[in-house]
Design a protein around this ligand. Structure first.
Ligand SMILES: Cc1ncc(COP(=O)(O)O)c(C=O)c1O
Length: 373
């Protein structure tokens, strides 16, 4: 860990939404992989395997979501499944809705698969429902992609009322809701809200991942959805990756069996909660005029600098004071209407992932940011 004395000169990197290195349970994962390989049928996870993923993991996820294993597909991380889903569902001329801003890689993936990606403005409690209805009236999307808990990049949690409104609209206009919930269990304060799937399973595809809960390099993510979608995706997976990465999927099951999952989750929360509190406090102190959605969990908080702020050339000026920031534009999809100036919004948008930095680094990073704007 950095000593507070060094923070003044070191580069502070606010770009990557990755787990803290001290949160990666190397020793426990090592134990699990060894146990899996040394079990009587250990060879079975070294062979080409079932294409929907390691069956005991599909069963375990199925139990958590109260669905059968046939409704669960385990892939090489959830981004892999996002891409397969886009390949399956998107046809030429299709429109996909995302929250505006949204996860940059999701926007890229959907575009690469041929969709026009429209951003529905995100408020502090979920998307602007009026704007959503307006957009639906023009063209029904193939699907809408949402991150209802501790959104990447904005840190917003969608309220129960807006969750209900989303599923009502999906039912009425017959489009899929893709809910991506990799941060959902990393709640540091407040109480959990229902999944969209809990409100209306018929039109919801749920994506999640062990990347933030155990380790991203295991590449274990999953999708829960109707059997026919899971079957079609499994076929696509078979045609592209041939076989799932069974050793790490089996290690995840072992991690659960040994009771490590819950204790690890608890220590992640212990580590990350003070970091979230530190960034909220630092923003209030150093940028008091900039409103932001206070996260209750996850990895991110974001700010949109006021129009009159000095945000010209912000990334380069930040580098000069030892601050690395992401390009805000990447989190923005196409605008709903021409009056919306997405370029200006993107130039003023700053995502601040807080989990991989110490409270001292966070405080110093926000202080430096405030000197620039
Ligand atoms: C919202 C969201 N979805 C998906 C992913 C990708 O996760 P995975 O490592 O499971 O592919 C991320 C990673 O940052 C994310 O923030």
């Amino acid at each position: 860990m950095q000593s507070p004395g060094r923070v003044g000169t070191e580069q502070i990197v606010f770009t990557r939404g990755v787990p803290a290195v001290e949160a990666l349970p190397a020793h426990l994962i090592g134990e699990c992989i060894q146990a899996v390989l040394e079990a009587p049928n250990g060879w079975s996870v070294l062979q080409y395997g079932h294409n929907g993923g390691y069956l005991p993991l599909r069963q375990l996820v199925g139990e958590q979501y109260q669905v059968s294993p046939e409704q669960v597909l385990v892939g090489n991380g959830s981004l892999h499944l996002q891409d397969l889903l886009a390949a399956l569902l998107i046809k030429p001329g299709d429109v996909v809705f995302v929250e505006q801003p949204s996860y940059d890689r999701a926007i890229k993936t959907f575009r690469r698969r041929g969709a026009k990606v429209l951003g529905i403005p995100l408020e502090h409690d979920g998307v602007d429902l009026q704007a959503l209805e307006h957009a639906i009236a023009r063209q029904t999307p193939t699907f809408m992609y949402v991150i209802p808990d501790f959104q990447n990049p904005a840190g917003v949690t969608t309220s129960t009322e807006k969750r209900q409104a989303l599923v009502d609209l999906a039912e009425r206009y017959n489009f899929w809701l893709v809910e991506d919930v990799p941060y959902r269990t990393l709640r540091y304060t407040g109480t959990s809200l229902p999944l969209l799937r809990d409100l209306y399973p018929g039109r919801v595809l749920t994506l999640s991942s062990y990347s933030k809960l155990i380790s991203p390099a295991l590449r274990v993510g999953y999708l829960v959805g109707p059997t026919e979608i899971v079957k079609a995706l499994t076929k696509l997976a078979e045609e592209t990756i041939l076989a799932p990465v069974l050793p790490t999927q089996a290690a995840v099951v072992e991690f659960h069996k040994r009771g490590y999952f819950d204790t690890n989750l608890e220590s992640l929360k212990q580590l990350y909660a003070p970091r979230m509190r530190a960034i909220i406090a630092a923003l209030k102190q150093h940028l008091p005029a900039v409103p932001f959605a206070e996260p209750e969990g996850g990895f991110f908080v974001s700010i949109t600098l006021p129009e009159q702020s000095n945000h010209t050339n912000l990334l380069a000026r930040a580098q000069e004071v030892g601050l690395t920031l992401s390009n805000g534009q990447d989190f923005f999809a196409d605008a709903l209407d021409e009056q919306e100036d997405v370029a200006s919004l993107g130039a003023r948008f700053v995502r601040l992932p807080f989990c991989a930095l110490t409270p001292t680094q966070i405080e110093e990073g926000v202080r430096r940011l405030a000197t620039l704007v």
